[in-house]
Design a protein around this ligand. Structure first.
Ligand SMILES: *Cc1c(COP(=O)(O)O)cnc(C)c1O
Length: 408
């Protein structure tokens, strides 16, 4: 292993934004090759690191010398994952966390304090709503939930204490979009940070920092892994904010395990390829479902009649792998459709190579009251479908079983 080999890897990291595409960065960015010269990323399953002398130990602990001490602070596999996702999102620095929810919790606790106010889309992940509504409220941080599609609603919710805007676009499961640059302009006029949960599209299809967001958040559990193996999360942003978050993760301990980081590194290598394939299949299935008797409506931003299709084309390079559709009827019909499928998995997860089918009203959105669900448009006939990488013909045949069951 020569020095020049390390320099080659370093160059890939530092020139990232200038001249390499997302496809190349997904495969190449962030590898810290060891003296063994391994081609694939190394995994470092170690809790602590040794020092050559007591003096060196003291220098590391004292912060006078860079280097690893303990894997709650830093771990080379976790750092490789952080560098790769930072390069993909076009951010200065990333902080990996134990889960997507740990990413949001640590972001909030690191950057907000008692008395601060958050404006949040009302169509965000269920646990995100609980986190803001219940736990942040206890810490004296209040949240107003707003219509994600209407920038004026975000502006109207701002108070003197607003410090953060939080959105998820496209939303789950109705594919409502938030105009990132329009909302970021409002937030920045009021000195608030813009955070985008980019779980559904990933940097392969949407890079929120390019549209003015300050922080991107991921549940790596979904498409970044892509094969349903590990739970993890990550935040990407500027050095300034990420240093604060890093300090809290290092102290509070919501860190990512090196094994999971390695799985996510492998997942990133095929991410752009998978996202294109998921999107292509989802678009075809969305168009096909639209023509089927028994289907009342299809929700997917790739459809020309989606009310925000133009915005989708502006801030996304494709439309992602998740769609939703409403069948004629109520809960009974939706359940009958789901139970008639044989190939796809009935599970709440998404972003997997395996297609998954879910009834939101009684699972992911089951804790909302009937009125809340009605207001959010989560009707009893609604079904969410996360399109995997099985053949489109086989998926259509399976969905056809569901359609046939509606007739019977
Ligand atoms: C799953 C998910 C989360 C939470 O991530 P975990 O890894 O399960 O903690 C947050 N946001 C979105 C959009 C998700 O789908």
């Amino acid at each position: 292993m020569t020095q020049s080999s390390f320099e080659r890897e370093a160059r890939i990291h530092f020139t990232a934004e200038q001249d390499l595409s997302v496809d190349t960065l997904a495969v190449r960015a962030g590898q810290n090759r060891t003296a063994e010269g391994e081609h694939s990323d190394a995994i470092f399953p170690t809790s602590s690191f040794v020092f050559s002398s007591a003096r060196e130990a003291a220098a590391r602990f004292g912060g006078d010398e860079e280097g690893n001490i303990y894997s709650r602070f830093t771990n080379p596999t976790v750092q490789a994952f952080e560098q790769r996702i930072a390069a993909l999102e076009g951010g200065e620095r990333a902080v990996a966390t134990a889960s997507g929810m740990a990413a949001i919790l640590n972001l909030g606790l690191a950057l907000l304090q008692q008395g601060d106010h958050v404006v949040c889309s009302r169509s965000v992940f269920g646990s995100t709503v609980s986190l803001f509504n219940k736990y942040f409220t206890r810490a004296g941080i209040t949240t107003t939930f707003v219509d994600p599609v209407d920038p004026a609603a975000w502006e109207a919710a701002v108070t003197d204490n607003t410090r953060m805007f939080f959105m998820e676009t496209p939303s789950n499961p109705l594919a409502e979009l938030s105009d990132i640059s329009a909302i970021a302009e409002i937030a920045h006029r009021h000195d608030a940070l813009v955070v985008v949960d980019n779980c559904f599209l990933t940097p392969a299809l949407q890079r929120p920092l390019d549209f003015g967001a300050d922080v991107v958040m991921h549940s790596a559990t979904k498409y970044i892994d892509g094969q349903g193996r590990c739970v993890g999360g990550v935040l990407v942003g500027r050095d300034k904010e990420m240093e604060e978050v890093f300090g809290l993760v290092r102290t509070g301990g919501a860190c990512m395990s090196p094994f999971n980081a390695w799985v996510f590194l492998k997942g990133l290598e095929t991410l752009p390829l998978r996202m294109r394939a998921h999107s292509e299949s989802a678009l075809e299935i969305a168009r096909w479902l639209q023509t089927q008797p028994g289907v009342r409506k299809v929700y997917y931003s790739g459809l020309e009649d989606h009310p925000q299709h133009a915005l989708a084309c502006k801030q996304q390079s494709a439309f992602g792998g998740v769609l939703a559709f409403e069948v004629e009827g109520e809960r009974e019909e939706a359940w009958r459709f789901i139970d008639a499928t044989e190939l796809v998995s009935i599970t709440g997860n998404l972003g997997d190579v395996k297609s998954t089918i879910t009834h939101p009203a009684t699972t992911t959105h089951g804790r909302m009251s009937v009125e809340e669900r009605e207001a959010a448009g989560i009707r009893e006939g609604l079904i969410r479908f996360s399109v995997g990488l099985e053949s489109i013909a086989d998926l259509k045949a399976d969905l056809q079983r569901g359609l046939d069951a509606l007739k019977g």
